[in-house]
Design a protein around this ligand. Sequence first.
Ligand SMILES: [Zn+2]
Length: 284
Amino acid sequence: MRRLQPQLLIVLTSITVVIIAFIAALETIANEHLSAFRQHHALEIQQIDDAIAMSNNRTAAMRVALADQAAKDTAYEVITNPTAAYTTIDSSTCNISKMHDDPASTLVLVNKKHCLQPLTYAPDELVTVYGALLTSDAAKAFAQLYEAARAAGQPITVTSSYRSFQDQVVTYQYWVGVSGYDGADTYSARPGYSEHQTGLAVDLASPDGCVLSCFGATSQYTWLQANAATYGFIQRYHSGDEATTGYSAEEWHYRYVGREVALDMKDKGIDTLEEYWNLPGGYY
Ligand SMILES: [Zn+2]
């Protein structure tokens, strides 16, 4: 190949420099025009941006409404045929946030808008401690809570802990028999929607037999209010939070969430997991 003459090189370089300068000038002019156009049409552009934002919001709201309706339909299917529900239902439809949805995590959220996935979930390992059947983490913490309560002269007893999907079918059907679907739904979870199915929940009473709503007036209850969080437990359903949790107050129902979360909720004065994680609750 022939080598380029030095003169030719100079000419080519000059042409290149001129082209680059020309492009830069064009770009500046284009930018000036664009910014003038934007200024001139600022109002129209703003209106178009607003219309796009409104349409996006509407789409998002529609998605939420569709997810909510799908969750309601699924929850309804559970009560129409609970024993077969898990064979026909895709439980991802009834867990609408897709957050805090790992049933094996102590940070799982279970409420009327967050079913267990799968609906028939059962923990791999359950341990019995002082009459409570719980996951090993929850059982370890519960043993400490139980012993601390006893040492403080406030002994507690266990009335219920882990319940399987099938147990909950029986429990829920029983309460439906007592007060119908609407009544049962205010205090009994549908199968696949109970915290008791996670192995993280325990119902407590006083040894003298003060169970359920009677428990709220006991000294044991007062002691738990002050000390449960230290052991990683929270009272899950408070009076005044019915619209948030979807349940009437249950002074006897404690949920293991771990010490860190329980103490943080107490520090911040937050009663419910729904508010703490900013996730939806309330009715099905
Ligand atoms: Zn309970």
